[in-house]
Design a protein around this ligand. Structure first.
Ligand SMILES: [Zn+2]
Length: 331
């Protein structure tokens, strides 16, 4: 009996527990269902809100586009010309002429040593800056040379000499005015050679008449001119080292070019050269135009041009050698 009772109670308890569990489950399910429903509603609301947001944004964008279009229309209106001007007939005026470069007509007004701006030199009329004239008793050149590099003699007449005024490149590459007196027999050669020098940029230190350095006699004046590297030609004097033989310079048939770098050199028994000019010592031996500017050798333009015009070069003498010296023998 006791056993049955116990079984009954246990069964009842089991039933109660099951019932409770069922109730709990039911509650949970209902809750879950309700939550699901609520979630669905919320999702629906979110969707609606999103749709609304999109609508608002779309409207806003449309409004802005309208505004921009309106603004650009306004701008376009402003930009549009109020009225297209009718083109008036253009008067056929002559075009203002481009000013001609102010080239120098010639070297009038310029004296030897003057520097001329390259822009003033007419490259198409270069011969206007290489002129030759006779020397007439009483004129400016005559007054400079009489009693100095020239005096009356039986060997060379004034009428056989020519005064050449020209331009050359100085050691800075500038255009400088220079002068020379030469025999009329080489006047054309000298003008040709120095025109070529100028066009090739060949540099000549300075070109003044030897009278600018006059010290009282031909020999010492020649020394003074050479000592300042001056290029010159005519001087009525004897050969260096002789009291009777006239130099080719006395006839205006010789020229000394850039004498500092091209000295008059005597060689001793060992072949070592020396010159009378202390400032020219670096140029007595081991000379090379390729390595030393303004040095004359067989590769130098000066040698080549003078040789083409029939001149001989003092650098080809045996001993002494006169590297600055070019002369022409008359046939
Ligand atoms: Zn000479």
């Amino acid at each position: 009996m006791k056993n049955w009772n116990f079984k009954y109670i246990a069964f009842t308890l089991e039933c109660i527990i099951l019932l409770l569990v069922a109730i709990m489950l039911g509650i949970s399910i209902r809750k879950a269902v309700r939550l699901t429903k609520e979630t669905e509603i919320l999702q629906e609301e979110v969707k609606e809100l999103q749709a609304e947001l999109r609508k608002v944004e779309k409207e806003k964008a449309e409004k802005e586009t309208e505004q921009v279009t309106e603004e650009s229309k306004e701008v376009m209106t402003e930009l549009q010309p109020t009225a297209t001007p009718i083109p008036t007939a253009t008067p056929t005026e002559a075009p203002t002429p481009t000013p001609e470069p102010m080239y120098l007509e010639d070297l009038t007004g310029y004296v030897p040593g003057d520097i001329i701006d390259d822009g003033q030199i007419d490259p198409m009329g270069i011969d206007r800056y290489f002129t030759s004239s006779m020397i007439v008793e009483g004129d400016e050149v005559y007054n400079r040379i009489i009693g100095r590099s020239y005096y009356e003699n039986d060997n060379i007449q004034l009428q056989n000499l020519r005064y050449i005024k020209l331009i050359h490149r100085n050691y800075e590459g500038q255009t400088q005015v220079g002068e020379l007196i030469v025999n009329e027999a080489i006047e054309a050669d000298i003008i040709d050679i120095f025109t070529e020098f100028y066009l090739s940029g060949y540099q000549v230190y300075s070109m003044f008449l030897i009278d600018n350095f006059w010290t009282g006699d031909g020999d010492s004046s020649d020394f003074a001119s050479i000592d300042v590297n001056n290029t010159s030609a005519f001087c009525y004097r004897t050969v260096t080292g002789s009291s009777t033989n006239l130099s080719n310079h006395a006839y205006g048939l010789a020229i000394d070019l850039n004498p500092l770098e091209n000295p008059y050199v005597r060689f001793d028994g060992d072949g070592y050269g020396s010159s009378a000019h202390a400032n020219a010592q670096a140029y007595n031996n081991n000379r090379s135009s390729a390595e030393m500017p303004h040095v004359i050798d067989h590769e130098d333009l000066a040698f080549q041009l003078f040789a083409q015009h029939g001149f001989t070069w003092g650098g080809d003498w045996n001993n002494p050698k006169d590297y600055q010296h070019f002369q022409k023998e008359l046939g």
